[in-house]
Design a protein around this ligand. Structure first.
Ligand code: FAD
Length: 278
């Protein structure tokens, strides 16, 4: 069972706990992007097991009539074993999700995976209009060109700053540069995109910028944030905008929890207080 210390950032170890969490979010007008924790498999078996778990999760979401999508990592669906394995699992997943009317987001991993991930997105989003989305990272210098190419794809694009430590030859390393790039990408998307726009950031400056772009162009958009991060802001924003919470679950929660705790001093204090029982 998930220890109480982890359940700020992770919904539970089982789909049943996750469905309960999503129901509570939906009651407060927040939608959910559910992610089964797992990545970088070098055997087919765990990738197949996670793919099967996503099929069941999609059925759970549809049967319970929840406002929820799934969000999957390419390396969780076997990308480290080759593009063929990844596409086999991803294509089956997207077909099944389309049958059950559940949206599929493809998370973006490090730069070595960008081409294959965007190719899969373009193909699947054109085949299943309005059913598939992909994430792009403002810290990568290539993203401007990618975003221009994706402008007329009938899917959704989630804009994030980028979570991976990339080489300086291909990535902006300075925070201010990444922020500037993020804002420029959003401005472009709000002006030119035919598909949907998701703002995947906790940064009030980026969210205000998105709202200003929305006010100027009228383009619809959604805000996406992680479970356990600025949740009060999520509920406040949901009064006026579409808000989705990224909800991880599963028994591989330790490294995800550790990343959340280490990325911010306040989160570290939260963990220490929880351990001390205060
Ligand atoms: P930061 O640049 O980290 O912080 C800027 C400001 O935001 C802070 O000064 C503070 O005001 C506020 N803030 C940030 N965190 C907190 C906090 N914990 N508590 C209070 N205030 C805070 N990355 C990928 O590479 N691939 C993905 O597929 C991907 N998917 C994502 C999906 C979602 C829904 C989200 C929210 C993020 C995703 N990311 C992904 C991670 C992303 O790339 C960033 O690493 C992460 O969101 C941190 O950047 P930020 O814009 O939230 O703010």
């Amino acid at each position: 069972m998930l220890p109480p210390i982890a359940n700020r950032f992770v919904a539970g170890e089982t789909p049943a706990e996750t469905v309960e969490h999503v129901r509570r979010l939906n009651d407060r007008d927040v939608k959910a992007l559910v992610n089964l924790l797992g990545e970088h498999y070098d055997d087919r078996e765990p990738a197949a097991a996670d793919a099967a778990a996503y099929h069941t999760l999609i059925d759970d979401i549809a049967d319970a009539d929840l406002e929820a999508a799934v969000s999957v990592k390419p390396s969780q669906l076997g990308l480290d074993l080759g593009e063929t394995v990844f596409r086999e699992f991803l294509d089956e997943l997207v077909d099944h999700a389309a049958d059950r009317d559940v949206f599929v987001w493809i998370d973006m991993e490090d730069h070595t995976t960008t081409d294959v991930t965007l190719e899969a997105y373009e193909e699947l989003a054109r085949a299943h209009e309005g059913g598939v989305g992909v994430c792009v990272q403002a810290n990568l210098k290539r993203t401007r060109a990618d975003v221009e190419r994706l402008a007329d794809v009938p899917g959704k694009v989630r804009f994030v700053k980028g979570a991976y430590d990339e080489p300086a030859s291909i990535a902006y390393k300075d925070k201010a540069e990444v922020n500037r790039e993020y804002k420029d990408l959003l401005a472009y998307a709000f002006e030119h995109f035919e598909g949907g726009i998701a703002v995947g950031s906790h940064d009030p400056e980026m969210i205000d910028h998105a709202i200003a772009c929305h006010d100027e162009h009228g383009t619809p958009f959604e805000i996406q944030m992680l479970m356990g991060v600025r949740e009060d802001a999520q509920y406040d924003l949901a009064d006026e905008y579409e808000v989705w919470q990224y909800v991880p679950y599963g028994n591989r929660w330790k490294s995800y929890f550790y990343r959340r705790v280490m990325e911010r001093k306040e989160n570290l204090w939260f963990a220490v207080r929880a351990i001390l029982g205060r």
